[in-house]
Write a protein that binds this ligand. Structure first.
Ligand SMILES: Nc1ncnc2c1ncn2[C@@H]1O[C@H](COP(=O)(O)OP(=O)(O)OP(=O)(O)O)[C@@H](O)[C@H]1O
Ligand SMILES: [Mg+2]
Length: 253
């Protein structure tokens, strides 16, 4: 069965003045509709580049990305911009506008919609309820905790009813308790909205807690893919073994 997100032989090389770095060396990935799929890998493995190539914030050199059967790599600028509104993205550093209130940060995502002003306000309120931040509607990001900021990021990412959410280290700047609450929120919206989530992290416990299937990325390649449980029980590549080793050491001491 074809996945909701199908990545085929995706490649990306960055070329600077003197050297070129092959960062994605032919990525194949198939993510089912409504799944939360995790990718782990060491720093520099190419995880962020992969997500950025999926929504073409970065242009891949070759390969294809299909979302719901549509070839994202073949879209022209206009069509891409339109499609992208329905691909939510959240980041480690939240990427909020500090000079805008919470309400305005979410409204920003809705600037292209054909909703009336009243409908927009209703949508913003609905998003605020979803992430439990109704009381922070008129606060500025500087007045919020990290977890609250990420909730605003999630509200903004979901404002346009996306069918895909790309999460790049969204909990890496948060303390363990806040990480859990954000992951619970992602699980909740995954169930409630049927959203397909690609979750990038270097924290194995995040994948263990949230995902059904996962892949391990190593120097621009996905070297192992499968059910989280199976990889935990029987890791094959050195990177997976090393991640699990560290995970177990933290738990046993
Ligand atoms: N715009 C760019 N120009 C040149 N090289 C880049 C660019 N973006 C990323 N790279 C290189 O690509 C490689 C992979 O970077 P990437 O950010 O995708 O890794 P990552 O797995 O997300 O790492 P981390 O866990 O630290 O976030 C690194 O060697 C990085 O230096
Ligand atoms: Mg990264």
């Amino acid at each position: 069965m074809d996945g909701f997100i199908e990545v085929k032989d995706l490649k990306k090389t960055f070329v600077d003045k003197e050297k070129s770095t092959e960062v994605l060396k032919g990525i194949d990935l198939s993510i089912q509709k409504g799944e939360i799929f995790g990718i782990v890998g060491f720093s520099g493995a190419g995880k962020s580049t992969l997500v950025r190539c999926i929504n073409r914030l970065e242009e891949p050199d070759s390969g294809t990305v299909l979302i719901d059967g549509e070839d994202i790599t073949a879209l022209n600028r206009d069509a891409l911009n339109k499609r992208r509104r329905r691909i939510g993205m959240i980041f480690q550093q939240f990427n909020l506008f500090d000079s805008m209130t919470v309400r305005k940060n979410i409204a920003y995502a809705l600037k292209h919609t054909e909703l009336s002003e009243k409908e927009k306000e209703e949508r913003i309120d609905e998003m605020l309820r979803l992430v439990s931040l109704t009381d922070k509607r008129d606060a500025y990001p500087g007045e919020l905790s990290g977890g609250q900021k990420q909730r605003v990021g999630i509200a903004r990412a979901l404002a346009n009813n996306p069918d895909v959410l790309l999460s790049d280290e969204a909990t890496s700047a948060l303390d363990p308790q806040t990480t859990l609450s954000v992951l619970d929120l992602l699980k909740e919206i995954n169930e409630k909205l049927g959203l397909t989530i690609l979750l990038i992290t270097h924290e194995l416990e995040v994948v263990k807690y949230t995902c059904n299937r996962m892949a391990v990325m190593e120097e621009g390649k996905l070297v192992e893919q499968g059910l989280v449980e199976e990889i935990f029980q029987n890791p094959k590549c050195d990177t997976a073994k090393s991640f699990i080793d560290v995970y177990n050491k933290f738990r046993s001491n």
